[in-house]
Design a protein. Structure first.
Length: 201
């Protein structure tokens, strides 16, 4: 493995785009972060590189099988990223474009990754929703609390899928897409929720 020196780390950081913003504290900080995430998802879903990735991920799925498309995108984000907390006291938002470029840069010949991007729930949510939105899914953000004090401590996505009932009626419903737990499938959601806040993208 290549040994990292301080100079090599510094040179890598020069290529990482970022901007620092003040988001405040408490609920106002959560709401401001969600608005920033909404902007990033909207912009990313219109990016040709993000679109090409989404097309690749659903390439083997029967057209209009929306459930299977959502499952494929959830599995890709869940299995190819590593959950890692943000720096203490800081909100660090990584754009889907940047994350996908990191994934492409670390793909082995057999399709496995030499290194998985380190994302928290904000980042994995923006990535999954951008990939879904760019291939036509209506999406939303959902911040939740699982604490008795009802402080927000997690965020994930919602994706609208239309399904047909046994009687032939069409039903539109939003399903959760939480990519941070490796052992949980698409549409899984914790049952420990004490408070929620949703933002349509």
């Amino acid at each position: 493995m290549q040994q990292l020196s301080q100079n090599s780390i510094t040179s890598q950081l020069k290529n990482v785009p970022f901007r620092k913003i003040e988001i405040g504290t408490g609920d106002s900080a959560i709401f401001r972060t969600l608005e920033e995430m909404k902007k990033i998802i909207t912009d990313s879903s219109q990016n040709a590189y993000v679109r090409k990735w989404a097309e690749y991920l659903v390439r083997n799925i029967k057209p209009n099988d929306k459930w299977a498309e959502a499952v494929a995108i959830h599995k890709f984000v869940r299995d190819n990223t590593r959950y890692t907390n943000d720096p203490e006291g800081m909100e660090f938002l990584q754009t889907p474009l940047y994350v996908l470029q990191q994934i492409e840069a670390h793909i082995n010949a057999d399709g496995t990754l030499k290194q998985q991007p380190a994302l928290d729930c904000d980042d994995s949510t923006m990535l999954s929703l951008s990939l879904l939105k760019t291939v036509g899914f209506p999406v939303a953000l959902k911040a939740i609390s699982t604490d008795v004090n009802k402080s927000f401590n997690h965020v994930y996505g919602l994706v609208e899928i239309t399904t047909k009932t046994a009687s032939g009626n069409l039903v539109r419903k939003y399903y959760p897409i939480d990519c941070v737990k490796r052992d949980k499938p698409f549409a899984w959601e914790t049952n420990q929720i004490t408070r929620t806040h949703k933002v349509k993208v």
